[in-house]
Design a binder for this molecule. Structure first.
Ligand code: GDP
Ligand code: MG
Length: 598
């Protein structure tokens, strides 16, 4: 299609502000799906897709819109992942567009992810169209939210579109704005092929499906192609678009967006952000800014039962077919035996993977507390990157330790400000900015060690603000910190899987808290269990779990039989997740005790 009539755009929004609902309205309005399919939505669509042997990636769709100017436009709506862990993917999806709808809930206002997404969009030179959604709600205050957009984001909101994605208000105005405000692509059809990979996934029938934005030239079935970063070559087997059903097309040309299937077996052979070209007539310049994503949060994952080790490895291999950003390497722990050190893009990503391992693969696992990568400079000049506290060299050998920091943006209603400022201080945060967005809300910018954020920051932020604070972050780099390793000893034996790295100033206090928490979590046994926290050779806190004397049900004072039963069942349940450390039964929760402090 003539690029004049193509518009590539994304919808960016804070979670729950209405991105998916608005996408549904746009699909419906342009008649891409007939009413019957539209009503039954995703599941039905998936069913149809399965028959065709290809999975659908929700909301990356090609729509045709007959605009008021009498022309028919090809609109490509490009979906972006919704979470901060996947910032790089979001940024690549945005790089495939010329513009974006900036959706803000008119009853909530600008939130942290609104701002983070706007920055990514501006980095990619996108034209932004503000849309104030949910104007049907009684609490909607579009004028105030317009002011917030101008104040906080610095974007002219005078022409913001008032919409209700729920009721369909404003849909046509939005489509007209897409056509009139977002610039068309400016590629060159006659130049060698240059296409950017912005998404890919594994389909069990088709192998790897790759979404591309063609910058210059064209790509069609039968073409030999090369991925410029990995240098891997393939032959294109299918080219198509989602309408939202997958539909084969003859070719994708400059400015267009679609999928290719090229006999690629493994997801890890396709890098997001990579450039595809023709090996015999290559583009001289790959798409700029390619970077390989690296995990930033790590934890140990161990089977409770040693004989499940092979199943765990198989499960991790299967999961990484669909998610090439997971890394895993065999690891041995004196306490936990054989397992894996796994790397993730962020906390949410880690939680999703852990949950899938347990739910989909029915594995009984022990996971250790999340850590970041520390850079350790030894006195002998050697540099180490440490993703497991247990592998930190002895204090005496260390010259300096550097840890990763983030720049956090937090928006909080002023009534909760006190609690949030305290939390940020507890987390070693340094204030960089403090501004009132309106009389009721404050935007904060802090620099915080990532290690403090991977440990229960988000949960605490939510509980201290009744869920009303929003949070987003980006990396700001490595800096030296005074860090020490805190070891935990159970009955005098150090338990490597319980070691954590903490700031020197908090070490005593953290040691005390951790020992107390472990005392709560480790059940009584036939003998006393001594729990100690140590820094180097120095014990900084101790506590004892006393041996039990009587039957546990004695606690119930005879009475309620169902309660007794429940208690016994709970114990049995707990038993499944026990790991024997020496002679002591230690429950899974103990290995995550550090997440539950304070
Ligand atoms: P997303 O997280 O940005 O994709 O948000 P969703 O599209 O899933 O919407 C979040 C919630 O807001 C859902 O319960 C929607 O039904 C609701 N919602 C979306 N748009 C509107 C709207 O215009 N008005 C009202 N009242 N609710 C809406
Ligand atoms: Mg959504």
């Amino acid at each position: 299609m003539d690029q004049k009539f193509i518009r590539n755009f994304s919808i960016i929004a804070h979670i729950d502000h209405g991105k998916s609902t608005l996408a549904d309205r746009l699909i419906e309005f342009t008649g891409a799906l007939d009413k019957r399919l539209m009503k039954d939505q995703v599941l039905d669509k998936m069913e149809i897709e399965r028959e065709r042997g290809i999975t659908i990636k929700a909301q990356t769709v090609r729509l045709y819109y007959d605009a008021d100017d009498g022309n028919r436009y090809q609109l490509n709506l490009i979906d972006t992942p919704g979470h901060v862990d996947f910032t790089y993917e979001v940024s690549r999806s945005l790089a495939a567009c010329e513009g974006a709808l900036l959706v803000v809930d008119a009853s909530q206002g600008v939130e942290a992810q609104t701002i983070a997404n706007v920055y990514l969009a501006l980095d990619n030179d996108l034209e932004l169209i503000p849309v104030l959604n949910k104007i049907d709600l009684p609490g909607a205050d579009p004028e105030k939210v317009k002011e917030e957009i101008e104040e906080v984001i610095g974007l002219d909101a005078s022409e913001a579109i008032l919409a209700s994605a729920k009721e369909g208000t404003g849909t046509k105005e939005i489509l007209e704005a897409i056509v009139n405000k977002i610039p068309p692509p400016k590629g060159d059809l006659n130049k060698p092929l240059k296409a950017m990979v912005f998404d890919s996934w594994y389909d069990s029938y088709q192998g790897v499906v790759t979404l591309v934005r063609v910058i210059d030239g064209k790509i069609k079935k039968g073409d030999k192609i090369i991925f410029m970063s990995s240098k891997k070559e393939y032959e294109v087997g299918r080219v198509g678009v989602f309408t939202p059903l997958s539909t084969d097309v003859d070719e994708l040309s400059a400015g267009e967006v679609g999928f290719i299937i090229a006999g690629i077996k493994e997801l890890k052979d396709v890098n997001i952000g990579d450039t595809i070209t023709h090996p015999d007539k290559p583009t001289d310049k790959p798409f700029p800014g390619f970077k390989k994503v690296k995990p930033v949060v790590f934890c140990g994952i161990y089977p409770v039962d040693t004989k499940d080790y092979d199943d765990l490895r198989d499960a991790l291999e299967k999961l990484s077919l669909n998610d090439s950003s997971i890394t895993f390497e065999p690891e041995t722990s004196a306490a936990l035996g054989f397992g894996f050190r796994c790397g993730f893009l962020g906390l949410l990503h880690m939680e999703i993977v852990q949950e899938r391992l347990e739910r989909e693969f029915d594995l009984n696992l022990i996971t250790t507390a999340p850590t970041v990568i520390y850079r350790v400079k030894k006195k002998n000049g050697e540099m180490l990157e440490i993703d497991n506290p247990a592998s930190l060299p002895p204090i005496g050998d260390i010259e300096e330790i550097e840890e990763p920091f983030i720049k956090a943006t937090i928006i909080v209603p002023s009534e909760y400000l006190g609690g949030v400022l305290q939390l940020l201080q507890d987390k070693r945060g340094v204030q960089k900015n403090f501004n009132y967005i309106s009389e009721q809300r404050v935007i904060l910018e802090y620099e915080i060690p990532l290690a403090e954020v991977v440990i229960d920051f988000y949960d605490k932020l939510k509980s201290r603000t009744k869920g009303y604070a929003s949070f987003d972050y980006e990396f700001s780099g490595y800096k030296p910190s005074e860090l020490v390793k805190l070891d935990i000893l159970i009955n005098k034996e150090p338990v490597d899987a319980l070691s954590i790295i903490v700031h020197k100033d908090n070490a005593y206090y953290k040691g005390r808290e951790l020992v107390d928490k472990l005392k709560e979590l480790i059940p009584r046994q036939m003998f006393d269990v001594a729990i100690q926290a140590a820094i180097g050779n120095k014990i900084v806190a101790r506590s004892t779990v006393k041996a039990y004397r009587k039957n546990v049900t004695a606690k119930c004072y005879g009475g309620d039989i169902t309660r007794k039963k429940k208690l016994l069942e709970k114990q049995k349940e707990g038993k499944k997740r026990m790991k024997q450390i020496g002679k002591v039964d230690v429950p899974q929760e103990a290995f995550l005790a550090v997440l539950k402090l304070g």
